[in-house]
Design a protein around this ligand. Sequence first.
Ligand SMILES: [Zn+2]
Length: 336
Amino acid sequence: MKALVMDRELQVMEVPTPGLLEGHMRIRVLLALVSGLDVDIEAGRRPYSGIPGTSFVGVVEDVRDQDDRRFLGKRVLARPIYGCGVCDHCRTGFEDRCRDRVRPGLYGAPGGHAEYVNLPARAVVPVPDGVRDEAAVLAPPVAAIYEAVGRGDLPGWTNVLVIGDGGMGMLTALSLASAGYTVTLRGKHGDRFDVLRRHGIHFNLATEDDELLGERPGRFGPALASYPYVFEATGHPSGWEAAVRLVSPGGTVYELSSFQDRVPRRLTAVFDRNIRVLGLRQGSLEPVLSIFQAGLFDPTEAVGPSYPLEEGPQAYEHVRTHKDRLALLRISREGE
Ligand SMILES: [Zn+2]
């Protein structure tokens, strides 16, 4: 099968199609997301060798267990993180607490930037009819964003600030606006006014001078107040600095950026100002897919162009160099 393989550098390669182990299903990948996380892997900022791709949709083509036959021919979305399935946490339904968690394309299993992926049934969720691949593949990041509502006690109808107007920041702003929050998006690009206006999202331009730090009030849009809830989605350490400055004392910073760095971070401000910091990495996929199915929210405006698998390195290049910070790999189509 054809796959993108990260081995010091990223290449499109012909690799053996993995054999189907007991308890696994063979999934033919339809569409995969290329995100800032994948680019961090390519750049060596996240150590990983193998097939990347943490978010993907595919069709189940083969199964080993009788129980899994119900998935045959069905479209499924991979869970970004799943448990070992045998420890006490997993067996009592708390896979998110599993100490041997698997994150395909990052640790424990190959990812979806390939023609085929083998996964156990517990690692996928069926995609409802009427939800396009392009929307379904965005369900994992949207679920992580919505997780803030539950985990962080984010009160309804409140003002939130999103820092970073790349793909992830746009997706965050759109997700929160669709959930009824009053959203201000702060970023350097400011080129998606049409989309922002349509969704009632305020925009605050961060100039090169203040480097997103918020030292000066914005020149466009409402002046920045201090916000009790700040979502950081720049993908850069500077976004963290901005978030800690712009959040009000006692407030919460939700960290969506995936960068793993050795950049020292000042925690004094976090402790002195009683700031709570929560990492958002996963959330429940089923409700998000239901929201998409009901037509209550279409996340696809946040995503950039789509590339065939052969042009995978160009898709990474696009995410690295363009402001979209999200691109798609169209690997195959249903019914092919
Ligand atoms: Zn487990």
